[in-house]
Design a binder for this molecule. Structure first.
Ligand SMILES: [Zn+2]
Length: 398
């Protein structure tokens, strides 16, 4: 008998708001992470798009010979006519329980307005939306103000504290990998303050910038220790051409990972550190405080999901691997990711049973851990707070 995960609840531990009014690219061109304008001719001819197409045809109950243009037309009509019903049906189908949402999005261009966020929260209200705070979204605007370093530090810390104490943030996130890379080093406040003056005077001074960013990110680590909340670290691939992927290998974190002071900071490498998947699985095995989120690899690596999942599980404990999609702009990415993890994880587990390594009952325990349990036990602080279901928060706390 095959493993069937279709009814399992699922938590997406790393995604972003989808907003219909921000869907500026054609639907097919949403299936790429690149910020360089893609070409439909290329994106439609990727395995990822073929997989999305197959799943949509099943979901809409269409004939498999339908053309791409017809399929996209049907999709756009359905979504535009009644976005909430469209999203509800998709999310119910995969039994989504919660989205852990990084609101520091989009990376470039205008940030989402309150109206746009309200639209997202209402449209996704079949799913409990929880809040992740990206620390750069606090200190980047402070850089623009060109205030003194002491003021910057105190304003930054005040916002992070407010996020945890008042706004229900369950985890911080940093995208330092995009800017100065994961080779983070401890910097004294005196040094960081001097570097800050140099960086403000000359924003192209990369050395000074790195010291400032390293210092500020490590301040967030201190708050993670104080509040016992995890931090998601962007690792591996991101939006081309903004990221220099070779600076985003989790192996670059050695100085911090090996420092006993930080060994109680729960660090989640997000995006599976793709393509550094094997390295990430190894690190998660070695350091008790490290976790691995599968977003971006799922769904974007298409047929790579099966071999890469096996590669991660060569060494990573099942208790430290979490499902995520990195869904953005359109609701279909999270949905497709959920469809794919359920079918591919089932296949990986079936094969492990067939190889005589695990039995069926244990396989179901593993599936439950990766799909939802690990997220519930890792993100404990503020778990009761929901961004779109206020009834679950207690008035006295928030
Ligand atoms: Zn993301």
């Amino acid at each position: 008998m095959g493993i069937d995960l279709s009814k399992f609840p699922i938590i997406d531990d790393h995604c972003h708001p989808f907003v219909q009014s921000r869907e500026s690219k054609t639907f097919d061109n949403c299936f790429t992470l690149s910020l360089i304008p893609p070409k439909s001719r290329n994106t439609r001819n990727t395995l990822l798009f073929r997989m999305a197409r197959n799943e949509l045809i099943k979901h809409y109950n269409l004939d498999s010979t339908i053309t791409d243009d017809e399929l996209i037309k049907i999709r756009n009509e359905k979504y535009r006519t009644n976005p909430k019903a469209y999203v509800d049906k998709m999310f119910k189908e995969v039994n989504f329980e919660s989205f852990l949402v990084d609101y520091g999005f989009p990376v470039m261009g205008e940030r989402l307005s309150k109206q746009e966020l309200d639209w997202f929260h209402e449209t996704a209200d079949s799913v409990n939306v929880r809040r992740i705070h990206r620390v750069e979204s606090t200190f980047h605007p402070l850089f623009e103000e060109k205030i003194g370093f002491d003021e910057l530090e105190s304003k930054y810390l005040a916002v992070l504290r407010e996020e945890v104490e008042k706004k229900g943030t369950i985890a911080f996130k940093t995208v330092i990998a995009y800017h100065t890379g994961l080779n983070i080093q401890k910097t004294s406040k005196k040094q960081a303050s001097q570097s800050y003056q140099q960086f403000i005077a000359d924003p192209t001074n990369r050395k000074a910038e790195k010291q400032v960013r390293d210092y500020l990110v490590l301040l967030a680590f201190e708050l993670c220790l104080e509040y016992d909340i995890p931090i998601q670290m962007h690792s591996g691939a991101g939006d081309a051409p903004m990221i220099d992927v070779k600076q985003s290998s989790p192996l670059l974190m050695h100085t911090i990972l090996s420092d006993p002071h930080y060994q109680n900071v729960k660090i989640i490498f997000v995006h599976t550190a793709y393509p550094f998947v094997e390295e990430a699985g190894y690190l998660v095995n070695q350091y008790p405080n490290l976790y691995l989120d599968l977003s971006s690899m799922i769904p974007f690596s298409s047929i790579g999901i099966y071999p890469k999942l096996r590669q991660i599980l060569e060494m990573a404990p099942f208790t430290k691997v979490l499902y995520g999609s990195d869904g953005f702009t359109i609701p279909e990415i999270s949905w497709l990711g959920a469809r794919l993890i359920k079918s591919v994880l089932a296949k990986v587990l079936e094969d492990l049973i067939g190889e005589g390594i695990i039995d069926e009952s244990y396989a179901y325990q593993v599936a439950s851990m990766i799909l939802s349990e690990n997220a519930r036990s890792l993100y404990t602080k503020n778990w009761e707070f929901s961004m779109n279901q206020p009834s679950i928060i207690t008035q006295s706390e928030f």
